[in-house]
Design a protein around this ligand. Structure first.
Ligand SMILES: [Zn+2]
Length: 217
C-alpha cells in the first residue's frame, strides 16, 4: 500500500452529478470509463491495496468504494473511489483479497491517509507489517486473512521477487559499489515515470532504509 493522492474528479462525473445522478449503478458507461482512467492514473497502474498491476478496463480492475456502497451519500464521492484488482490471484486454491474479500466491511487503514501508512514496513521475506496491531489485523497475517489478505502466500512471494529483481539489477550495474545518492537517483528515475512497477512499496521501503543507513554511515 502506498499513499494515493487524489486529483480532481472527471469532468463528466461532475456534470452527471449536477444533472441529478445519485447512484453508482446509474453511472453511464462512458462516465464509468472516465472514472477508471482517472483512478488508474492517480494510482499509477497499481491496485490501491495489494499493488498488483491493474488496467483501466472493466476486466482489468474494479471500482472500489472505500466506504461501502451501503452508505448511499458516498457512492459517487470522488474521495471514496479507488481502483482495486480483481481480488483473486489464480483460481479456487488462492484465497481472495483486496476489495473482493473486504466486501461491505468497514476498513480503518486507508491508502489516502499518510498517518496510517507511516508505520507500514516490509520484512526481508516480503511480509507487510504495521506497527498498530488493529491495522495489522486488517491487512492480514500469514495465518489470518483479516479484511484485505495482503500477507497471503502469493503476495508475499511476489513482493520478495520484486525487491530481489530491483536489488539485483541495481547492484549488478554498480558492480557491488554504490552510494546512497546513486540509489536515491535510481528510485526517483523509476518514480518519475507514469506507471510504477507492481509491488513497488517494498522496493521504496528498502531503498529508503538503505539510503538512511548509508547516509548515516
Ligand atoms: Zn489488490
Amino acid at each position: 500500500m502506498l499513499l494515493i493522492q487524489k486529483g480532481p474528479e472527471p469532468r463528466t462525473l461532475s456534470a452527471s452529478k449536477q444533472s441529478g445522478l445519485e447512484e453508482f449503478d446509474a453511472v453511464p458507461r462512458d462516465v464509468k470509463q472516465a472514472i477508471r482512467d482517472a483512478l488508474v492514473d492517480e494510482q499509477r497502474g497499481l491496485c490501491c491495496y495489494c499493488m498488483r498491476r491493474i488496467d483501466a478496463t472493466a476486466a482489468g480492475m474494479k471500482i472500489e468504494h472505500f466506504e461501502s456502497r451501503a452508505n448511499r451519500d458516498r457512492q459517487l464521492s470522488w474521495d471514496n473511489l479507488l481502483a482495486a484488482c480483481d481480488g483473486a490471484t489464480g483460481g479456487p486454491p488462492e484465497p481472495r483479497h483486496c476489495d473482493t474479500l473486504k466486501g461491505d466491511r468497514p476498513l480503518s487503514i486507508s491508502p489516502l491517509k499518510q498517518s496510517d501508512l507511516r508505520a507500514l514496513t516490509y520484512s526481508r521475506t516480503g511480509e507487510l507489517r504495521h506497527g498498530t496491531e488493529a491495522l495489522q489485523r486488517e491487512l492480514g497475517t500469514a495465518d489470518e486473512p483479516g479484511i484485505l489478505n495482503l500477507n497471503g502466500e502469493t503476495h508475499v512471494r511476489n513482493r520478495q521477487r520484486a525487491l530481489l529483481a530491483f536489488r539485483d539489477s541495481f547492484t549488478k550495474r554498480h558492480a557491488g559499489h554504490w552510494t546512497a545518492e546513486q540509489l536515491r537517483r535510481e528510485l526517483s528515475s523509476v518514480e518519475s515515470g507514469g506507471r510504477l512497477p507492481p509491488y513497488w512499496g517494498i522496493v521504496r521501503d528498502w531503498v529508503q532504509r538503505q539510503t538512511a543507513k548509508h547516509s548515516a554511515g
